[in-house]
Every structure is written in C-alpha cells, then in structure tokens.
Ligand binder design. Sequence first.
Ligand SMILES: N[C@@H](CCC(=O)N[C@@H](CS)C(=O)NCC(=O)O)C(=O)O
Length: 254
Amino acid sequence: MAHVLYEIHGSHPCVAVERALQLKRQPYKLRELPPAFHVPLQWLRFRRLTVPVLVLGSGETLIGSTTILHRLDELVPEPSLLPADPAARARVEEAERWGDEVLQPAVRRMIWLGIKRNPHALKGYAKGSKLPVPGPLQTPTARLVCRLAGWRNRADAATLQADSAAIPGWLDHVDELIAEGVVGGPQPNAADLQIGSSLRLLGTFADVWPQLSARPAWQLARRAFPSYPGEGEIPPGTYPIATPAPALAAAAAA
Ligand SMILES: N[C@@H](CCC(=O)N[C@@H](CS)C(=O)NCC(=O)O)C(=O)O
C-alpha cells in the first residue's frame, strides 16, 4: 500500500522527505494541507503541530523529517541515506542535526517575513499546489497566513537581522562539510536532503542569490533538488543584506 505524506506544498522539510521517498522508489500519496491552518489539522489528526508526517503503508506513523528519513533508511536500505561506517554516520547525523535545528527554522523565519513583505510572492511558491486560492483572495490569504506563521515561528525584525547576518557563516559551514566529504557526494545522504532543501528555499531570495550561487553549497542543493517552487520570488531589498558589487556582477553574468 502507498505511504501517505502529510505536507505543505514547498515546505523544505516536506520536500526533503518527498525526495527521500523518490530516491528509494517508494509509492506515496500527498495529503497537502493549507499553510498555518495545518497546525490545528495536524493536532486533531496526530496530536502534533507540524508537517511532515508520513503514514507508512503498514500503518506506522512517523513524525518529523529526521525520524522519517532514518526509519525509511531502515526499511528500505538502498540507496542508503546514512553511511554504514559508524564514524562517518555520526558526522552525517551531526550535519543533519545542524540542518534540522539551525538552518531549517532560520530559513522558515525568513521566508514568512519575506512573503509578508511581498504577499504576491505566495502565488509563485504555490505553483504546482493542489490547493489553489482564487485570484482576489490571494493577497488577503497571504497576509493572514504570514501573520499566523510569523507568530508561530517567532519571526520578527530582530530575528530577520540576526538570520540575515548569519547567512555567510551557514554557507561557510556547508562548504566545509562538502570539503570534508560529509555531504555533497554523488548520492544524496540524509544531511544533503536536510540541508539542501533549506538552501533551495534560501535560493529563492534574490538578496541571498549573489552570495549563494557561486558556492559549492548551491551545487549540492541543485543536485539533491533539481527544481524547487518559488525561484526568484522574494525580490531584492527584502532582507537587510548588503550585496557587494563584484558579487552582483558575478550573479548577473551567471
Ligand atoms: N524540524 C521539524 C519541524 C518541521 C516544521 O516546523 N514544519 C513547519 C512547516 S515547514 C510546521 O509545520 N510548522 C507548524 C508550526 O509549528 O507552526 C521537521 O523537520 O520535521
């Protein structure tokens, strides 16, 4: 029987789980939920507030991207998401944890503030969604969803400043992990999926693009996720990020 993935369209941890299902050639169905309103729905159904949740064909319920990726890897060992060697596995798990606990929530805070400032952008992120919002309702819906999601994620001007300033450090960290061979191999591992999905979402912010596009980190993200909804949707000037002129020129030439 097919697994069922409860998700929000374009949500980075949900995209990571869906990619793992595809890599492992697992049959699955999507149950797409409306962003922000999914919180009470998930509570009613699973007594949890977040997506992704995967209900396996066997009936087992898995909550959270890391839990899901690990359990899938146990059940369907090939292609493997975690190395067999214990030391190598510990390094991948450490990178995965950083992706889940540091990068993922920070990019989430940034995206909701980005859409709040550019409500029309929600349309681009919703491309491919099975829950279309009628045209006249799109902007008010985006405003309401951003207000709820921003509040839930404690996203405000102070987090925006701190998250924007942290980006070069995050990218250096990922590039180091790639140089050390922890992530970025030919076959995506669990940390590639966890980190790559967040980088893919980060790459939809025009302000970040100049510093991201030339990085090995971006190659990792593109390899793990060849496409991602919302590309180029959050326009320049949204985030407090000063773009150095040479980076702008390089990005324009790319
Ligand atoms: N780190 C967890 C958290 C997932 C998470 O926070 N998902 C967001 C959507 S991207 C969510 O459902 N948030 C609901 C809320 O708490 O408001 C995971 O990877 O599964």
